[in-house]
Design a protein around this ligand. Structure first.
Ligand SMILES: Cc1cc2nc3c(=O)[nH]c(=O)nc-3n(C[C@H](O)[C@H](O)[C@H](O)COP(=O)(O)OP(=O)(O)OC[C@H]3O[C@@H](n4cnc5c(N)ncnc54)[C@H](O)[C@@H]3O)c2cc1C
Length: 491
């Protein structure tokens, strides 16, 4: 691209999606202007500085340790995120989690998550670790899936995409949904199984089930076909070092990043840069509002007005050195005595965090992250979550720790606690949302065709981000990079 023909592109939103699209464009020579409403780029990929308040003895020594405040890993079922990490020159920093895996808390027991599962669905319903959690009778009902006729079809899914809950309930019974699948979807995806389109939960599960004639066999096939190693990975130093590197390389490539600049009307951008392309990389509500004057969409995608509050705690508790609950705990919604929906034992899961704590504070220190707020919570129920105060959340986390870890952690052992709120966790997982998102994509394509053929030279509109591509970096990043390539091809 010569300097006179450099495409001018404005990117609205500097999360993982906006940064990826902007980076891809800038390194190909486009003139990129990125607008970010907050005071930092990265969006839901963000750092949390431990001991930042330095209010507690001993913790002040921790000034050099940042961990992830939001996204902490990426799925490895495709190489998309690792490819970007490699392109940025960070490949040697990729780390795998402790293979010990997470545990499951049910009302009657705490046990390691069965090893053969995908999204909690057992690949072998009669495996010992599955029977240990479900009991023999429920496991036998789940195993009926292996011989029951397959009534789900491709046509049925194209008429109305089924939810994960519907399919698992039909094939394996309600108890599998409640006891194995629901703790995972609510802990990891912040959605109940019935609100999660099966394609959003796992893009290949439904098709594989149709081919295999059984849900359990599909899970076993997917497990066998998965790349060797763990299902997720991260970066030494935290996932936020990925977005920090994108930001740095973007600036080096000559892009301009405007922080604290919330775009409220796309005409604002015309006046400043006269962009030929505008990429909406903001969250769902704001992207839809910005685009609406230019698009013919009857039903714009709607969001889920709920989120989570995360409490990260630094504790001095040598009893946790044995990692009594593996890398953490997923709590079934039916468990009444624990307020958190999940806990990550961060320093058990990621060796670099454990090593940093050990080096800086000495042995016996641990980092735990507890998550509060389920999408299914009734806002009037008083359940802990996004709207609870910091003090309520920290108190609840301190009270939950013994049940979650199986160790008597007392209040005096908690050295520091930080609360981070994420108001929009999962905007794009229901079947209805996915349908509307596709309509939105088609409306954008029509706007682009009209702007090319029209005489008024309107900028072409594009959109990227979790609400459109599907939640998770493994979906957001390749979609953003593909969008950048499409813009370059159009330039
Ligand atoms: C707590 C939490 C944990 C997660 N854990 C994982 C995980 O472990 N692994 C994983 O793969 N995924 C995880 N995710 C999901 C993943 O983080 C998201 O899918 C992804 O980061 C979304 O990126 P995005 O750029 O689409 O959106 P965002 O990160 O939300 O970025 C949007 C950006 O746009 C800006 N913006 C909004 N409106 C405007 C405007 N009008 N003008 C300018 N800027 C604007 C916002 O300030 C924000 O910075 C997690 C998400 C959360 C919240």
């Amino acid at each position: 691209m010569t300097s006179s023909s450099r495409s001018r592109v404005a990117v609205v939103g500097g999360g993982a999606a906006g940064l990826s699209v902007a980076w891809e464009l800038a390194r190909a020579g486009a003139e990129v202007q990125l607008y970010e409403a907050s005071d930092r780029t990265g969006g839901a990929v963000a750092p949390l500085q431990l001991g930042a308040g330095n209010q507690l003895d001993g913790v002040s020594q921790l000034s050099a340790l940042s961990v992830d405040a939001g996204a902490e890993a990426f799925a490895t079922r495709s190489s998309a995120v690792a490819d970007l990490i490699g392109d940025l020159g960070l490949a040697e920093r990729i780390v795998s989690p402790n293979p010990a895996g997470a545990w499951l808390q049910l009302p009657h027991l705490a046990a390691p998550l069965p090893a053969t599962g995908v999204l909690g669905i057992p690949g072998d319903p009669q495996a010992e670790d599955v029977v240990a959690v479900l009991g023999a009778e429920v496991a036998a009902r789940a195993a009926e899936d292996l011989s029951a006729p397959m009534t789900w079809t491709a046509e049925r899914a194209s008429e109305r995409p089924p939810s994960l809950g519907e399919v698992v309930r039909d094939r394996m019974g309600e108890a599998v949904v409640e006891q194995l699948v629901s703790p995972i979807t609510s802990g990891v995806h912040s959605a109940a199984p019935d609100d999660l389109a099966i394609s959003a939960a796992h893009p290949r599960l439904y098709q594989t089930m149709l081919r295999a004639g059984s849900l359990a066999r599909a899970v076993a096939d997917l497990k066998a076909a998965a790349p060797a190693g763990s299902a997720v990975q991260s970066l030494r130093g935290g996932m936020h070092t990925l977005t920090a590197e994108l930001d740095a390389q973007l600036r080096q490539a000559g892009a301009s990043i405007r922080l604290n600049t919330e775009v409220q009307d796309l005409r604002q951008l015309h006046a400043e840069q006269r962009p030929e392309h505008i990429v909406l990389a903001a969250d769902l509500e704001r992207a839809a509002a910005l685009a609406s004057p230019y698009l013919q969409v009857t039903d714009p995608p709607t969001g889920v007005p709920s989120g989570v509050a995360l409490v990260t705690m630094l504790v001095r508790a040598p009893e946790l050195d044995q990692f009594p609950r593996g890398t953490g705990m997923l709590v079934a919604p039916s468990v009444a005595h624990i307020g958190a929906k999940s806990m990550t034992h961060v320093s058990a899961k990621w060796a670099w965090v454990g090593e940093a704590l050990h080096q800086q504070l000495g042995p016996g220190h641990h980092l735990l992250r507890l998550s509060y707020g389920r999408v299914t919570d009734d806002p009037d129920s008083g359940a802990l979550g996004l709207n609870s105060s910091d003090a309520q959340l920290v108190r609840a986390a301190a009270a939950d720790l013994p049940a979650l870890t199986g160790v008597d952690v007392e209040a005096g052992q908690i050295l520091d606690a930080a609360v981070v709120r994420w108001p929009r966790v999962l905007p794009g997982a229901s079947a209805e949302h996915r349908h509307r998102a596709e309509q939105f994509r088609r409306a954008l394509a029509s706007q682009r065709s009209a702007s090319v053929s029209g005489s008024d030279h309107q900028p072409q509109l594009w959109a990227v981000g979790g609400w459109l591509a599907g939640t998770g970096l493994a979906q957001v990043i390749p979609d953003a990079r593909a969008t950048a390539r499409a813009i370059l091809a159009n330039a």
